[in-house]
Design a protein around this ligand. Structure first.
Ligand SMILES: Cc1cc2nc3c(=O)[nH]c(=O)nc-3n(C[C@H](O)[C@H](O)[C@H](O)COP(=O)(O)OP(=O)(O)OC[C@H]3O[C@@H](n4cnc5c(N)ncnc54)[C@H](O)[C@@H]3O)c2cc1C
Length: 396
């Protein structure tokens, strides 16, 4: 696997104080880590898993290496800025080609341009809205390759299989984090790049109000239910995002998906398609809910493409709890936590664009607030959603 960890740590005493402690080595954590590496190597990057990249990991199937999920990049000014920033960090240009390709849907027996849900928006509308821009960016370096490239520029220490269970505070400042319930890592500044839901557990009482904590843990978070299919023929030439809707009103709403270019083999073609829907995280404790969601995705695909499941080569199911949902936690304009000025919040769930671009954008905001980079003009909470940006971009 490309995102495996090969990093060597320096020898430090158990009392060592890092300049920066970054919690989570997903895309946002790696961006912060590689940007800070330009200034210092006195950084600790702490990751719960034994691989880096978080949601953004490569997946192998019989058509080659693909992204974990669609990894759609909308053609928006914020996406261009974000990709330029990642390029500057990895020292290689992520070049883009813009493609006008409005989303499509299947309705009354035919494919049509998708123009919106009308009065029938699903509860997770905001998660899907990101996929609905009329132009997309095709990139020469796929997102699944970015984590390893960012990690190659990282000069600090990397602690993997290290789950942060607590952040300790003295006199309103974070002093250290506890990993795996036992080891302490001390630091001057802490950048939180993991799930906001977990922050409610990791923060000791009194740092934020009991009400704010409850809001963090009780907020609606979405579980991503993904399905990758490898078809034994080219199902369609369309590369547009498909927003497929059920025929009946039910609790599991529409799914988004797309077909990749086919891979031609001596005995025919293989084509991957990737699909995603969301279900309320709490409901997914019941495995039946996920099974029903998958069944409905398949039914929606089959309705639009009756031959899609003929001699299917493989299918991969990816259930990703807590991968979406927004949280409005009170924070300072510089993205630090009120009452804990040296704890910066860098989760993609805080950014109006909660996908790849949001993960990069939130990292840019935090870095700029800390004096790195030049995006200071965006530190005013006025960052538009993909939908708002798309409409101003089109009108311009
Ligand atoms: C199935 C799926 C499809 C997607 N499709 C798209 C798409 O088409 N386009 C798009 O732009 N975006 C897409 N996204 C979203 C995009 O991948 C994410 O928004 C982005 O990668 C988030 O990056 P992140 O670094 O903020 O968070 P994460 O990737 O969640 O990284 C957080 C990291 O922190 C670690 N961590 C968590 N808790 C702790 C702890 N207590 N201690 C230590 N480490 C911890 C985790 O292990 C993880 O590595 C998709 C996501 C999924 C799941």
């Amino acid at each position: 696997m490309q995102n495996e960890i090969t990093h060597q740590n320096k020898k430090r005493s158990s009392q060592h104080v890092y300049d920066y402690v970054i919690i989570g080595a997903g895309l946002s954590g790696l961006i912060v880590a590689s940007a800070l590496s330009k200034e210092t190597d006195n950084i600790a990057l702490i990751e719960a898993q034994d691989f880096i990249g978080g949601f953004n990991k490569p997946v192998k199937n019989s058509t080659g290496t693909i992204n974990h999920g669609l990894r759609y990049v909308p053609d928006l000014p914020s996406a261009h800025r974000a990709l330029e920033f990642v390029s500057s960090l990895i020292g290689q240009e992520i070049s883009t080609t813009s493609q006008e390709l409005p989303p499509v849907t299947y309705e009354s027996g035919q494919f049509k341009e998708f123009v919106g849900f009308g009065n029938n928006s699903p509860d997770f509308y905001e998660e899907l809205a990101y996929f609905m821009t009329s132009s997309r960016l095709n990139v020469n370096i796929e997102p699944h390759a970015w984590p390893a490239l960012l990690a190659s520029k990282y000069t600090g220490d990397l602690f993997n299989r290290s789950y942060v269970t607590k952040i300790n505070f003295t006199d309103g400042r974070a002093t250290d984090v506890v990993i795996n319930g036992s080891k302490n890592i001390h630091g001057q500044n802490f950048i939180y790049c993991a799930s906001l839901k977990d922050l409610a557990v990791i923060l000791p009482d009194g740092v934020i109000s009991a009400r704010a904590k409850q809001k963090l843990s009780k907020n609606i978070y979405w579980t991503g239910v993904g399905l990758d299919l490898v078809h034994t023929h080219e199902v369609t030439e369309s590369r547009a995002i498909h927003i497929l809707n059920g025929t009946t009103q039910d609790e599991i709403g529409p799914c988004a998906g797309a077909f990749h270019s086919p891979v031609l083999l001596d005995d025919g073609a293989l084509q991957t398609s990737q699909w995603l829907t969301y279900v309320d995280e709490e409901a997914t404790e019941d495995s039946e809910v996920v099974a029903v969601a998958l069944k409905k995705i398949k039914r929606q695909i089959k309705r639009a493409y009756p031959s899609a499941f003929e001699n299917l080569k493989s299918e991969r199911i990816a259930v990703t709890p807590n991968c979406a949902g927004s949280v409005d936690i009170k924070r300072n304009a510089n993205q630090s936590l009120p009452g804990a000025e040296n704890l910066w919040l860098c989760s993609h769930q805080l950014h109006p664009q909660r996908n790849l671009i949001g993960a990069i954008g939130q990292a840019q905001l935090v870095l700029a607030a800390m004096g790195f980079g030049s995006n200071v003009e965006m530190i005013d909470h006025q960052v538009p959603t993909a939908e708002q940006e798309s409409s101003t971009h089109t009108e311009a």
